[in-house]
Design a protein around this ligand. Structure first.
Ligand SMILES: NC(=O)c1ccc[n+]([C@@H]2O[C@H](COP(=O)([O-])OP(=O)(O)OC[C@H]3O[C@@H](n4cnc5c(N)ncnc54)[C@H](O)[C@@H]3O)[C@@H](O)[C@H]2O)c1
Length: 268
């Protein structure tokens, strides 16, 4: 799918990996709907992008753990695409949270279900609900006349290395990301009749707000687990794979690790 002339919905688009996707999409001639709870950062990013390329980005405040908040944002996106004449091309649900917690701590306190629900509500339910609510509009887009495959769009979800090697304290996070990885193939199968592909990227440690506050001890431990390159990934390297996933029609129903051969140990 060509990025140019299409609109992509990016949740968590105000920061980190989502933000890099927004920037790459706009730099490639596409349009980006930035959905995030961080209004200041989201508005600032949209203004910056609109200064370079007018009306290429729109910020919409959205809490992906709320079905009605997503519904409001999706209605606004549909109106915006009608205004710009740039049809939907894809969904990148990148909003996510960590919130570590041992399933049983040394004082025999079991993990709090509120904290588990918080992580699952954003990373899993929020991903599925956003995709679910945008899909009817994406499936209604007419494929480009020149497109022999009849492609309508692409869903690019964000899992994590924790889907495969969750560390201590990552039961809820690993459950959410493992579920995202597991949804990839059945979703691709459900959507093939509409010409919509599904790809999931599973990154290891990338520089972002989520990882900015890790202690030096944890960073050193992580470095030891890295093969090559021995550094955290950069958001633009994540966005570069997302760009390829948008553009390469043969990528479908697959979870791609983006980790420089890092395999996370039990603890750091
Ligand atoms: N950075 C890493 O090392 C790493 C590794 C593996 C996976 N991931 C995943 O990548 C995705 C992006 O994370 P990041 O590293 O860019 O983190 P980040 O904290 O920089 O960005 C996450 C964004 O999501 C937004 N967000 C959080 N809760 C939300 C909600 N309920 N509704 C709407 N927006 C919400 C935040 O405001 C923030 O802008 C997440 O799904 C994360 O789990 C990150």
């Amino acid at each position: 799918m060509k990025i140019s002339g299409r609109t992509f919905v990016v949740s968590g688009g105000a920061s980190g990996l989502g933000r890099a996707c927004v920037q790459t999409i706009c730099a490639s001639g596409g349009h980006a709907a930035i959905l995030d709870m961080n209004e200041d950062q989201g508005q600032a990013l949209a203004s910056e992008l609109n200064n370079t390329s007018p009306n290429s980005a729109k910020f919409l405040p959205c809490d992906v753990s709320s079905t009605s908040s997503i519904a409001d944002a999706v209605a606004a996106i549909v109106s915006w695409t009608q205004e710009t004449g740039k049809p939907l091309g894809g969904i990148i649900p990148a909003a996510g949270v960590g919130n570590p917690g041992l399933i049983l701590d040394k004082n025999l306190r079991a993990v709090d279900m509120e904290s588990v629900d918080f992580v699952l509500g954003i990373n899993l339910r929020g991903t599925l609900d956003l995709v679910r609510q945008v899909l009817p509009h994406l499936a209604a887009v007419s494929p480009a006349a020149s497109d022999e495959d009849g492609e309508r769009g692409v869903v690019i979800m964000v899992a994590s290395a924790a889907a495969f090697e969750g560390q201590m304290g990552q039961v809820a996070y690993a459950a959410s990301k493992g579920a995202v990885a597991s949804m990839t193939l059945p979703m691709a199968r459900d959507l093939s009749r509409f010409g919509i592909r599904v790809v999931t990227v599973a990154p290891s440690m990338f520089e972002s707000n989520m990882t900015a506050h890790l202690s030096d001890k944890v960073r050193t431990g992580l470095k030891k687990a890295m093969e090559f390159p021995a550094r955290p990934g950069r958001p633009e390297e994540f966005a570069s794979l997302v760009k390829q996933a948008i553009e390469n029609v043969m990528l479908n129903g697959v979870v791609i690790r983006l980790d420089g051969a890092t395999r996370m140990p039990s603890k750091l």
